[in-house]
Design a protein around this ligand. Structure first.
Ligand code: GSH
Length: 202
């Protein structure tokens, strides 16, 4: 298996899960500006959508979209306990979280990466993010993890996007539970290793 990634991007979520579930895998960095991989391949021939992550399966085909890759990885190793069994009510709740993180957090944060974002629009996006943070704070009250008592693929994804706060100058002071959650998940060995491998931490 090979994960195409960019340091600190949303591809870090499947990277964390690959480590958490003890997969054997390779990493290949992608330069998102010129769409070249570190081995000199045109990334558009691998993922014509041009964004990371992409996972090359051992059979050769390519899987994309964070929420789908995460579930694939969890389902191939059910013993890892990273997602409830397919078809169960708990699994639909996990999917609910993955969809929320993708459409309500990932994409809202994503717009803040654009250096051309007008100040007024940034304020609007921050206000909407704040509403999502209020909801998350409520949901994480008294719980160590997002979707149950143990770390799941939803935590790998939530950590990855919330971790952009510092970089994007999104102040989490109003949401101490989220800051606490970030600190707690950051200490997870799979997260430490993924961040080190991506050059984000010593
Ligand atoms: N819908 C995609 C979005 C992936 C995405 O937004 N990737 C970003 C990094 S976090 C990216 O590669 N952006 C570069 C680009 O779109 O050219 C998914 O869930 O995998």
């Amino acid at each position: 298996m090979k994960l195409y990634y960019a340091p600190g991007a949303c591809s870090m979520a499947p990277h964390i899960v690959l480590r958490e579930a003890a997969y054997r895998f390779e990493l290949e960095k992608v330069d998102l500006a010129d769409k070249q991989t570190e081995r000199g391949e045109n990334y558009l021939t691998i993922n014509p959508k041009g964004y990371v992550p992409a996972l090359r399966l051992d059979e050769g085909d390519i899987l994309t979209e964070v929420a789908v890759i995460l579930q694939y990885l969890a389902d191939q190793k059910p013993e890892s306990g990273l997602a409830p069994k397919l078809g169960t009510k708990e699994r639909y709740h996990l999917m609910e979280w993955l969809n929320f993180i993708s459409s309500e957090l990932h994409k809202l944060f994503g717009s803040l990466f654009n250096p051309k974002i007008p100040a007024e629009w940034r304020e609007n996006q921050l206000e909407r993010l704040g509403q999502r943070f209020d909801y998350l704070t409520h949901q994480l009250n008294g719980k160590p993890y997002l979707a149950g008592d143990s770390f799941s693929v939803a935590d790998a994804y939530l950590f990855t996007v919330l971790n952009w706060s510092a970089l994007l100058k999104v102040d989490l002071k109003k949401w101490p539970r989220l800051q606490e959650y970030l600190t707690h998940v950051a200490a997870q060995p799979s997260v430490v290793e993924a961040m080190q491998a991506e050059g984000l931490r010593h």
